[in-house]
Structures are given as structure tokens and as C-alpha cells.
Design a protein around this ligand. Structure first.
Ligand code: FES
Length: 161
């Protein structure tokens, strides 16, 4: 009868080999997952059409701006309405207006100028009325889109009309 061969002390035990293989498999899986994300996300963004993004933006019908009711007279804030920038202005006469902040000329983001009480587009000098959003000067062909504003106890609610 033959006795079992003595284990080679330099050879790793079967458990250690399995643990190393499992570790390598997990590490490779993690690297593959990161690689798939790094390659896949830009492709996903590329394939998502601007029309779908516009539809997603249009799907947002209201935004609650918490604490915006504390906005000082004669000042404004820029916020996101869906995917687009929008402008909330608290006028010195205590009236409020919310407008799409995307210029109707070539889609630059417009800014409120409190010293002139105007909305201006720095790209090509477009100007809008800060009380109505009407285009006043420069190349913008249309007024800024206006939203409904409701003051609520927690802030200001801006709604698509
Ligand atoms: S993009 Fe605003 S004036 Fe041209």
C-alpha cells in the first residue's frame, strides 16, 4: 500500500488558489464594469436625441424654490426649470416674474441687470423688458417665455403656463 505523497511546502494549498482566482475574477469584473460605464455613458448621451431631452425638459411643469420668497427687492436668481436655466426676479415694486433664461436669438443664458432694470444677453447685446420678458433691442426675435409665479409659505413656486 502506498502512503499519500507529502504536500509540497512551496506549492499553495487549493483554498489559496481558489481565493486568488476569485480575487482576480472580481478585479477583472470591476475593471470591465468601469470600462463599460466609461464607454457606454457617452454613447448613451450621444444617442439621446435633443428632441428627447427637450421633451424631458417639457415634462417638468413646476419647480419649488425653497426660501426664494426671501429674495431681496430688486434682485434675481437663476434656477433650473427642467434642463433649462430660468430667471426669477423680485422687482422693487414687490412684483415677481419668472422667465425662461435662454435667449431667443441663439440660446445664450440671459442675465438680469438690476441697475438698468433690464434683462440682457451678453452674446450679441439683446435686451428684454424685465417686467414682461418682451424683446426690446438687439437681435432676439421673440420675447422670453414667461412662467406663472406663486408665493407659498416655503418659498416660490414657478409653474409652466
Ligand atoms: S444669443 Fe442672445 S442676443 Fe444673440
Amino acid at each position: 500500500m502506498n502512503a499519500p505523497a507529502p504536500a509540497n511546502p512551496e506549492q499553495p494549498a487549493d483554498d489559496e488558489v481558489l481565493d486568488r482566482r476569485r480575487f482576480v475574477a472580481l478585479a477583472l469584473g470591476g475593471v470591465a464594469l468601469c470600462y463599460a460605464g466609461a464607454v457606454g455613458y457617452p454613447i448613451f448621451r450621444f444617442l439621446t436625441s435633443p428632441a428627447e431631452r427637450a421633451a424631458a425638459a417639457a415634462a417638468v411643469n413646476e419647480v419649488l424654490l425653497t426660501d426664494a420668497h426671501k429674495l431681496p427687492l430688486g434682485s434675481a436668481l437663476i434656477f433650473k426649470f427642467g434642463t433649462r436655466p430660468a430667471l426669477l426676479i423680485h422687482h422693487k415694486d414687490d412684483t415677481w416674474i419668472a422667465l425662461d433664461a435662454v435667449c431667443t436669438h441663439l440660446a445664450c443664458t440671459v442675465q438680469y441687470q438690476p441697475d438698468k432694470d433690464r434683462i440682457e444677453c451678453a452674446c450679441h447685446g439683446g435686451e428684454y423688458d424685465a417686467h414682461t420678458g418682451r424683446n426690446l433691442a438687439g437681435p432676439p426675435p421673440k420675447p422670453l417665455k414667461r412662467f406663472e409665479v406663486k408665493l407659498v409659505p416655503s418659498g416660490v413656486q414657478v409653474l409652466r403656463t
